[in-house]
Design a protein around this ligand. Structure first.
Ligand code: PLP
Length: 571
């Protein structure tokens, strides 16, 4: 493709994107395909000869799009938002065109400098303490854009691990670093994201998962008790990860209590994960939710979740950049250049050497919307979530299960988990609305998240209508039928569902059923939720037959959890 063709096809692509996004409302939200559908449609080998662009695009329409879950659909209310604003799309397009690999200042000065400036802009805009900004007075801190919150938490834990090993080596200077690993303990709440567990796994340290209070908030006394117990056992507490806006129920840990506990131990790094919720602090009235942030050593938020920036863009700030980079620096000679003393070399701030020009899209978004535009976007989502909460509360078949403070409402039908699983499966199976479940205080709840950039009251009303209709069909199966309902209806005996329907709906309830034995073991593990891992239910609370069961395990479809697969194999 030369630039003449690119001018034409590029403009066509812009039209294609606009038609796609404008026409989303008339599509199903979730695709109606079985695992392996695409392999049947595409050739087994790559083409030897170049193909015409138009023929490739025809396959996008006919083969790819039918298997896409439309995250930007107005009825997509699952997970958290995924930014895709036009300024951000254009920013990424330009970044791809420049195609620089900004591992050091010299590798592309504007790439490093813009990242540095935008991280200060954004940090200031969400009210972070000055110590986290590189332009703050006498500041030792600063920020970097990482690929994901999982990276932010991993590199923070790596920095904390390096810090505590340095500390422990003061007494045992000749010991190998790895000698200390079995002693190190990290902490988080049961509400924390599963990436904390993954980070602990990679760092080869223990993770102690603590019970939050009845508002799903981690409290200082709980943490102190656990850390003191561990210390008495000869272990070394070194890292605490708190959450502002948890994935399961958008709860907030109590930093005002947790902070002083961390400070009272000799060498504990406190991280604060605000992957979704952190973006909201761009609104000054929401900053009370981050009270205690000045105790933190590091903080992350993902503008690619809730600030209209497209994936990937996860912002990490640290109080002391040397403590971060000293855990990650290798600095071979061939990457050194003349400016190493005064310029930021972002390769020392994360795992990867090569880095995209990600700050461009954040810069485009901040400038094009202005802080005021971004505040209006956040406030609209919160207003709509509260409106949805009102609708749920007015229907006494339902109950709300979280404090609705940002854009997430957790609700369920009064009744069993099974009933709610069926409700969610039937809604998701209809393709009219998409939500995912979570566990809040051990109960299966349905998460309704306001997601679309221009979400409106009409979207909320429509979603609630769909939910009510499916609930009514489930609770009173005779009501919606065409046959006139007899005055004195006989009790309804549910017919045995068609197995393939059953399989699809099971997948769409985002649960996985396992033997009671495996269920008990999974409960005793620290497994944290993340919205992507299926929720485990014991199969004896379920009347599904065994050949079906096997299929659910093996094909496992849209949701994967290798760890669980391992546990199951050992069975
Ligand atoms: C989404 C989320 C994460 C993980 O984000 P990635 O960027 O996908 O790694 C971590 N923590 C919280 C609270 C989240 O909501």
């Amino acid at each position: 493709m030369d630039s003449a063709e690119f001018r034409v096809k590029g403009k066509e692509m812009v039209d294609y994107i606009c038609d796609y996004l404008d026409g989303l409302g008339s599509r199903r939200v979730t695709p109606n395909v079985e695992p392996g559908y695409l392999r049947r449609l595409l050739p087994g080998e790559a083409p030897q000869q170049p193909e015409e662009w138009d023929s490739i695009m025809r396959d996008v329409d006919d083969k790819i799009m039918p298997g896409v879950t439309h995250w930007q659909h107005p009825r997509f209310n699952a997970y958290f938002p995924s930014g895709n604003s036009f300024p951000s799309i254009l920013g990424d397009m330009l970044s791809d065109a420049i195609g620089c690999i900004g591992f050091s200042w010299a590798a592309s000065p504007a790439c490093s400098e813009l990242e540095n400036i935008v991280m200060d802009w954004f940090g200031r805009a969400i009210g972070l303490p000055d110590e986290f900004l590189s332009s703050g007075k006498n500041s030792k801190g600063g920020g970097a854009i990482e690929a994901s919150a999982s990276d932010c938490i991993l590199v923070s834990m790596l920095a904390a691990r390096a810090q505590v090993i340095r500390y422990l080596k003061e007494d045992q200077p000749d010991a190998e670093d790895s000698v200390f690993l079995p002693k190190l303990v990290a902490y988080c709440s049961r509400e924390a994201h599963s990436c904390v567990e993954k980070a602990a796994m990679i760092c080869m340290v223990k993770l102690r998962v603590l019970d939050p209070d009845d508002k799903c908030s981690l409290r200082g006394a709980t943490l102190r008790k656990a850390m003191e117990e561990d210390e008495a056992e000869g272990l070394v507490p070194f890292f605490v990860s708190c959450t502002l806006g948890s994935t399961g129920s958008c709860s907030f840990d109590n930093l005002v209590e947790v902070g002083p506990v961390c400070r009272s131990f000799p060498c504990v790094w406190m991280h604060v994960d605000g992957a979704y919720g952190g973006n909201a602090f761009i609104c000054p009235e929401l900053r009370p939710l981050m009270a205690g942030i000045h105790f933190a050593d590091s903080f992350n938020t993902n503008p690619n979740k809730w600030l209209l920036v497209s994936f990937d863009c996860s912002c990490l700030w640290v109080r002391d950049r040397i403590r971060l980079t000293s855990a990650l620096v290798v600095d071979p000679l061939y990457l050194q250049h003349d400016h190493s003393d005064e310029a930021i070399d972002y390769r020392h701030w994360g795992i990867q050497l090569s880095r995209r020009f990600r700050s461009l899209k954040l810069w485009f978004v901040i400038r094009r919307y202005g802080i005021a535009g971004l505040q209006a976007y956040i406030r609209n989502h919160i207003r709509l979530a509260k409106a949805f909460e009102e609708l749920v509360r007015k229907d006494d078949r339902f109950e709300v299960h979280n404090d609705v403070r940002l854009g997430l409402v957790c609700f369920r039908l009064k009744g069993t988990d099974r009933l709610n699983q069926d409700l969610l499966a039937s809604i998701n199976g209809s393709g009219k609305l998409h939500m995912i479940p979570s566990l809040v205080r051990g109960k299966y709840i349905i998460r309704y998240c306001v997601v679309a950039e221009h979400a409106s009251d009409a979207d909320i009303d429509h979603a609630w209508e769909v939910i009510q209709k499916h609930a009514t069909e489930l609770l009173e199966p005779s009501v919606e039928k065409d046959v006139p309902v007899p005055v004195k209806a006989a009790p309804v005996i549910p017919t045995k569902p068609d197995p393939s329907q059953r399989r699809l709906s099971r997948r769409l309830s985002f649960t996985r059923s396992v033997s009671r034995e495996v269920f008990k073991r999974s409960m005793s593990r620290s497994s944290l939720h993340d919205g992507a891992t299926p929720i485990i239910v014991p199969d004896d609370e379920d009347n599904i037959n065994s050949d079906l069961e096997e299929d659910v395990f093996s094909s496992s479809c849209t949701i994967e959890d290798d760890r669980l697969a391992i546990v199951e194999e050992k069975e």
